[in-house]
Every structure is written in structure tokens, then in C-alpha cells.
Write a protein that binds this ligand. Structure first.
Ligand code: GDP
Ligand code: MG
Length: 318
């Protein structure tokens, strides 16, 4: 039904959002989609696996955003998996959105991202968006722009703010212009079914990072064990938080279970805000030594598996 009403000049495709950690990739996707989809946190590397945000503009197009993990110098297996994923996102994209943080001077890691785009993205259209311009004084903007333009002179350049919404409409227009004509890949109903579980896992992880501050840095992974719809009553979600050591488990549980309760409440509230219905959330904590260096574990957390399926489907269509 959705497909039947698509005009012939409808655009659809994949946009890889590339940029070093903390430039605002997740914030931008959330702003464009108008709801909480990608995990946002002031700490680098919050986005642990590829996430898709899908923006459908009736009559005009469908943009599927790939929120790539930041490319950085890998220190362990997880770092390498993240880099591989970032590279694959570039290979698969129709358009690359290169995001930089305009509130700071260009960083050596921006150069690294630019190089990766040149190597991985080939001759794909690139839009270079200088984010956080709300933090740049009006008189400093032209000089800052000139510095960033140099990173990728052949890209279309735009200054934006994911936070205030400045120029986001123009950004969407620029991206749509560069996508191929195609019917949409997803209809609206499918979107929730496919992604809610994963989004829930991200929101739980985000809640844990928020509550724990720096006590258990990035040693947490979340697995959704059960996600059941209970009609009027909302949804029942059971999830396990994996940590690497007994001492971390004790911290995550807290005195008399106070910390895990706090994490659960916060996570439940954000999942309810995302899904618009009541959620019953059941969390437990388990130790899995060194999960960050265990490829089987990384696969289980959806590292590349889901994306491979997606790509296969896509290739078949073409
Ligand atoms: P990512 O690592 O690239 O996904 O970055 P995040 O989306 O997690 O954002 C990192 C930090 O930058 C968060 O604290 C955001 O609130 C902040 N941020 C993102 N976009 C903007 C913006 O346009 N303006 C300002 N002032 N802050 C922003
Ligand atoms: Mg992110």
C-alpha cells in the first residue's frame, strides 16, 4: 500500500554519517528523526554498533542513516571491530555525510576520517557538515569554515547545529538531492519491529553509563533476553548487563540493589518515551571476563551480523 503511492521521482538510499567521536553524529540523527534512536552521551564511543535511523519524507524520499562508530586508533578487539564497521558503512553508502565539530579547531582524527572516506567511499558524493555552530561566535565562523573546507574541498559544505536545528532542513535537501531514485526500502510499520529491541538495548546502556559516571567505563554490554508485547499492559523486556569483573558487578548492582534499580528506572523511562507505551523492565547483571576481546560475544551483540543481512537484502533488490 505504501509502495503503490510512491511518485516516480522518489529518492531512497543509505547515508553513512562519518566523523570522529563526539562530533554529534547521534545527536544529529536524533534531531532529524525527532525521537530518541541512537544513544547519545558526552563520553566518546557510546555508539558501539551500527545503528540505522530511517527518515521517511512522504512524496519525497527515504534516507537510511548509518551511524558509524568513530574511527580511531584501535587498542583491542572491540576497537578493531568498530573500525571495520565504520569502513563497511562507507563502502555501502550512497552518500557520505562527513560531520565535524565546528566548536573546535580541526583535529588530526578529522584527517584520518577524511582519508578513510577517500579510500572507502571512492567517488561517492560527500556532504561536509560543520556541526555545533551554535557555539561559534558569528565573526569567527568564516575563518572556522575555511579551515574545515580544506579537509574535503570537493564536498558540499554546510554549517549546522544538531542542537538548535539550524540548517537541518537544508541538510536534508542536500542529502536527498544526492540519493538515487528508488522506491523506499522500508515501510513505517517495519521500522519499529526491526529496531525497537536494539534501541532498547542502547537506551539501557546509556542509562547505565549515565548512572555510573566513570566507575565502570565502557565495560558494559547489554543483551535483550526477552521482548514481549502485552497488549494494553505495554511491553515486557528482560535484559542482561554484562561486565568484565566481579568488582564491577558489585558496583552496577549497588548497595541492596540500589544502583541497578536506579539504572532500571531511568532506562524504563527513556524506553517508554521512545515507544510511547508502558514498559516493564527486568534487568540482571552477569560477569563475562574480557567480553571486549571475545569475537563470539561481539557477534552476539549484533556487531556485524545484522548489517550483513541488510546488505544482502539490498544487493538482491538491485
Ligand atoms: P557522536 O559521538 O558523534 O555520536 O556524538 P554525540 O551525538 O554523542 O554528541 C556528543 C556531545 O556533543 C553531546 O554532549 C551532545 O549534546 C553535544 N552536541 C552534539 N551536537 C551539538 C550541537 O549542535 N551543539 C552543541 N552545543 N552541542 C552538541
Ligand atoms: Mg554516537
Amino acid at each position: 500500500m505504501f509502495m503503490a503511492s510512491v511518485p516516480p521521482d522518489f529518492k531512497a538510499g543509505f547515508v553513512a554519517v562519518a566523523g570522529r567521536p563526539n562530533v554529534g553524529k547521534s545527536t544529529l540523527i536524533n534531531a532529524l528523526l525527532g525521537q530518541k534512536v541512537a544513544a547519545v552521551s558526552p563520553k566518546p564511543q557510546t555508539t558501539r554498533k551500527r545503528q540505522l535511523g530511517i527518515l521517511t519524507l512522504p512524496e519525497r524520499g527515504q534516507i537510511i542513516f548509518i551511524d558509524t562508530p568513530g574511527i580511531h586508533q584501535p587498542q583491542h578487539e572491540l576497537g578493531r571491530a568498530l573500525n571495520r564497521e565504520a569502513q563497511e558503512a562507507l563502502d555501502d553508502a550512497d552518500v557520505i555525510l562527513f560531520l565535524v565539530d565546528g566548536s573546535q579547531l580541526p583535529h588530526p582524527e578529522d584527517e584520518l576520517v577524511a582519508r578513510n572516506i577517500r579510500e572507502g567511499g571512492g567517488r561517492k558524493p560527500v556532504v561536509l557538515a560543520m556541526n555545533k555552530v551554535d557555539l561559534v561566535a558569528e565573526e569567527d565562523r568564516p575563518a572556522r569554515e575555511a579551515l574545515y573546507r580544506r579537509l574535503f574541498p570537493e564536498a558540499e559544505f554546510l554549517a549546522i547545529s544538531a542542537l538548535t536545528g539550524e540548517n537541518l532542513d537544508t541538510l536534508v535537501d542536500l542529502l536527498l538531492d544526492r540519493l538515487p531514485q528508488s522506491p523506499p526500502y522500508y515501510d513505517e510499520d517495519q521500522i519499529t519491529d526491526l529496531y525497537e529491541r536494539e534501541i532498547a538495548a542502547d537506551l539501557i546502556r546509556e542509562a547505565a553509563l549515565h548512572c555510573l559516571h566513570d566507575e565502570v567505563p565502557h565495560a558494559i554490554a547489554v543483551r535483550i533476553d526477552e521482548y514481549k508485547e502485552r497488549g494494553e499492559e505495554g511491553a515486557y523486556i528482560a535484559a542482561t548487563l554484562f561486565v568484565e569483573r566481579e568488582s564491577q558487578k558489585a558496583i552496577v548492582i549497588g548497595k541492596g540493589g540500589s544502583m541497578i534499580k536506579k539504572i532500571g528506572t531511568l532506562a524504563r523511562q527513556s524506553i517508554e518515551a521512545m515507544t510511547g507505551r508502558k514498559v516493564y523492565l527486568d534487568l540482571r547483571v552477569k560477569v563475562h571476563k574480557n567480553w571486549r576481546n571475545d569475537p563470539a560475544m561481539l557477534m552476539r551483540f549484533g556487531f556485524p551480523a545484522k548489517w550483513f543481512q541488510e546488505r544482502r537484502k539490498r544487493r538482491k533488490r538491485r
